[in-house]
Design a protein. Structure first.
Lengths: 237, 237
C-alpha cells in the first residue's frame, strides 16, 4: 500500500500535497475507495479515496499501530558532492533510518553553490527525503539543515565521531562500545580524498573522535550507507 | 595511485588489457615513468610506465605487501533486476568485499533475458566488478556465475541464509552467532516484493535458513549493501 505524508488534518480527512495527489492520480492510477496510508505528526492512518475523478478526498478509516525504531537517532554530516551522489546518499540514508543530515563545507569538496541556488537545492533535497520516507514506510522525514562550516558543529550534543582515513587504532566497533545511554550519534563523513589534516584537527578540537571504518576502500557515497547499516545492526534487538 | 589487473606476466613486465591501456593514456593522461599498481594472481606490484607515446610498457619495480581481508568469503545470490540496479549492486558489493555473485531466477523478477544476450550481460557484469575492484584496491575480482535456478543452489557449501520478509524470530544478528569456523557465508536476497512462499520453502528445503534483516523497509538494491556492511562490521578485528 502506498504511503504519503499529509500537509494538514481536517476532522476525518487529510489534505495532501499537490505532487502527491498527482502521483496518486496519474502515476499510480488510483481508483474510488482505494486504500492508502497517511502519516501525520508521526502517526499512521489507514485511509480511502473519494471523488477521485473530480475533487479527490482522503478519508480516515483508522489509526494504525507503529513499531518504534530501536536505534538511537543518527545525525549524518556529509560533504557537498555532485548532484547524483548527493541524491543517492539522501535516498539511501533515509531508507536506513537517518534522523538528521547536515551538509558541511570541506576543503576537498569540488562543489560550490551560488548563493541564490542554495534554497532551491535544499528544497530538492527535502523532497528526495520525503519520497524515500514514504517508500520505506517511515513515520517521519529526516531533517536537512542548511550548509554549515565545521566550526559550527561544536554546538551539537551527542556522541560525536568523524570517519578518518588516517586513524589506525580506534575503529567503529571500538567506538560504539563507548556510546552509553546516548540518544544521538553524530557521524561526519569526508569528501573524496577524506578530510585534510587541518580539518581533522578542527573536528577533534570540537569533540569529534577520529575512527577508522576498517580496511575497505569505499567510494565516498558508499560510506554513509555502510555506517548506517552498521548502526542498524548494532542496535538490532 | 591507479591500480589495474594484469592479463599476463612476462619476466619484468606486465601485459594489461586494451581498455586499461586506453584508460591510462587517454583518461588519466599518464606520462613516462608514472607509477601504477598492478595486481596479478592476488599479488600487488609497484610498476612504472615506459614508451608511453609509442608502445606503452609496464615495468615491475617491486612486489608490495598486502593486508589480508579478515572476513569469511561471501557468496551473494541476487535476483535479476533492471540494468541500473544490477550495475549498482555489482559495483557496491565489490567495494564491500563480496567474493562471488550468483544471479538467480525468481518468480517475481520482472526481467527475462533472451538466450543470445546472456553472454553479453555476463561480460558487462564482469567488467563492472573488475573496475570496482581496481578502484577499491582489491587484490581479486569477484566471480560472477551464469544465471541459476534456486534448486541448483543445493550444492553450495557453507552457512546458508535467505533474507525473508516473513520471518519474525531469527534476525541476522542471531543467525551470525550460529556461524562457526566457516569459510563461506551464502546469502540469498529476494526481488521487489520478496521471494514467494513457494520459493522460500524451496530455499529452506535445500538448507537455507530464513532470517529477518530488522524492521527497515529497504529498496531491493539496498539490501545486499546492508548485508555486506554488517558482515564487514561483524568480522572487524
Amino acid at each position: 500500500m502506498q504511503r504519503y505524508f499529509a500537509k494538514q488534518k481536517m476532522e476525518n480527512q487529510f489534505l495532501l500535497q499537490e505532487d502527491d495527489l498527482y502521483h496518486m492520480k496519474t502515476v499510480m492510477r488510483m481508483n474510488e475507495q482505494d486504500k492508502i496510508q497517511v502519516v501525520y505528526e508521526n502517526k499512521v492512518y489507514l485511509c480511502h479515496l473519494k471523488n477521485v475523478k473530480t475533487n479527490m478526498q482522503v478519508e480516515i478509516e483508522t489509526e494504525l499501530k507503529v513499531t518504534e525504531d530501536c536505534i538511537p537517532k543518527v545525525t549524518l554530516l556529509i560533504p557537498l558532492l555532485k548532484e547524483q551522489k548527493m541524491d543517492f546518499i539522501l535516498q539511501k540514508a533515509t531508507e536506513l533510518g537517518v534522523d538528521q543530515i547536515i551538509p558541511i563545507e570541506t576543503e576537498r569538496s569540488i562543489i560550490k553553490y551560488e548563493k541564490g541556488k542554495i534554497e532551491k537545492k535544499l528544497e530538492r533535497w527535502q523532497k528526495i527525503c520525503k519520497e524515500a520516507s514514504e517508500q520505506s514506510y517511515r513515520v517521519n522525514i529526516p531533517t536537512i539543515t542548511k550548509i554549515h562550516k565545521i566550526e559550527e558543529m561544536k554546538a551539537l550534543q551527542g556522541s560525536k565521531f568523524i570517519c578518518s582515513t588516517t586513524e589506525k587504532n580506534k575503529n567503529i566497533r571500538f567506538a560504539l562500545k563507548s556510546v552509553h545511554n546516548c540518544d544521538r550519534i553524530i557521524i561526519a563523513v569526508g569528501p573524496e580524498g577524506g578530510f585534510s589534516m587541518n580539518e581533522e584537527k578542527k573536528w577533534n578540537q570540537i569533540g569529534f573522535t577520529s575512527i577508522s571504518l576498517g580496511n575497505r576502500i569505499m567510494r565516498v557515497e558508499t560510506v554513509p550507507l555502510y555506517v548506517l547499516s552498521i548502526l542498524n545492526f548494532y542496535y538490532m534487538e
